[in-house]
Design a protein around this ligand. Structure first.
Ligand code: UDP
Ligand code: MG
Length: 337
């Protein structure tokens, strides 16, 4: 590590870039990032996470790493997806501020100094807004406009562009987040929920120069499902126990009231209750109340198991290049010393 402490402006920068089959993009990508971060007068590292590429991308980034010690490479054993790759890069980052970005030159590293200035102002997370987004309208911009609008309504978190990967986050906050599925796009919301001071800045966006997008139409449905999960996680919906517990409680109250009615009518008025609808209501609501309660309980246990399961490492690492510390990739991150 080079000279580090020079007041608040000395915070080091870890640039994290997930890459999957981006062979042609690597030389220019490295050059662009290098040109910006080497001029910052801060310690820096550039972490490429190779997400199981099969087009020679790995060899290309390892060549770059051989000539520049600031470049570090995490090699996945197979393709795990952009979120897992970003999660790994964040976990392996060692400097104060993590910058995440795409590896296809759609983000512009010249935005980095402006984002770091915001962190220096005291923000914990700076997220980009691709106001001038260079993607097709019908299948990319329109669905994401609708999704962003919906998500900011549901979460009450004002945000224009959750899909923008260019972000600057204080490392300790980034490393606290558990990312899976398509979760990387919810980083600002998750961080905000944990008390991070977030700010949005307008960032540049370019059309993809080489290669094609790695996603098809299936992504939209995955994002919607993840939105539902996150809404649940952040307690925007009740927990299963609360939802079904309330239903169960309602049913049991109904069953008690009807039971009182049944007993009262039989004892006080001597009505023969055989086949009486009130008796039917009493029996049905008792059974339903019990059912709803147990459903809630099962749901609650399930939800807990599900989330504690996420603590398992969501990817497997084959090799690490240029890392100072000898990590053992087989040890889950939260159990490493
Ligand atoms: N990516 C990845 N793993 C994947 C798919 C994508 O690491 O399974 C990387 C990809 O190499 C790029 C970034 O994630 O650096 C964004 O991918 P892409 O450009 O395909 O997404 P889009 O810009 O279309 O949202
Ligand atoms: Mg892209």
């Amino acid at each position: 590590m080079e000279a580090s402490t020079r007041g608040s402006h000395s915070m080091g920068v870890s640039v994290v870039v997930p890459i999957y089959n981006e062979l042609e993009n690597i030389p220019l990508l490295y050059e662009q990032i290098h040109n910006v971060v080497s001029q910052l007068d801060r310690p820096y590292e550039i972490i490429f996470v190779d997400d199981g590429s099969n087009d020679g991308t790995l060899a290309r980034v390892q060549e770059v790493a051989a000539s520049d010690q600031h470049v570090k490479v995490v090699e996945f054993r197979r393709n795990y997806g952009q979120t897992a790759a970003m999660h790994a890069g964040i976990q392996y980052a060692s400097l104060d501020v993590v910058i995440t970005m795409d590896g296809d030159l759609q983000n512009d590293p010249t935005d980095i100094p402006m984002m770091l200035a915001k962190i220096d102002e005291g923000y914990d997370l700076v997220h980009g807004w691709r106001k001038n987004r260079q993607d097709t309208f019908i299948n990319r911009k329109l669905p994401s406009k609708i999704a962003n609008w919906l998500i900011s309504k549901v979460t009450k978190f004002p945000i224009h562009d959750l899909g923008c990967t260019l972000k600057a986050v204080r490392r300790e906050i980034a490393q606290e987040l558990e990312l899976y599925g398509e979760m990387h796009r919810f980083i600002p919301i998750l961080a905000h929920q944990r008390g991070a001071r977030c700010v949005e800045v307008v960032t540049q966006h370019h059309a993809r120069r080489f290669g094609t997008t790695k996603y098809g139409i299936g992504r939209t449905t995955r994002v919607v499902l993840d939105l539902l999960t996150i809404a649940y996680m952040l307690n925007f919906f009740s927990s299963p126990m609360k939802l079904f517990g309330r239903l169960g409680l309602g049913c049991l109250m109904l069953s008690m009231a009807s039971a009182l009615g049944v007993v009262g009518m039989k004892l006080a008025a001597g009505v023969d209750m055989t086949g009486n609808p009130l008796l039917l209501l009493c029996v049905l609501s008792t059974i339903m109340g019990g059912q709803f309660f147990s459903l809630g309980m099962i749901g609650e246990v399930n939800a807990r198991i599900y989330y504690s399961d996420q603590r398992k490492q969501p990817y497997a690492v084959r090799s690490l290049t240029n890392f100072e510390h000898d990590y053992d990739p087989s040890v889950p991150l939260d159990r490493r010393v």
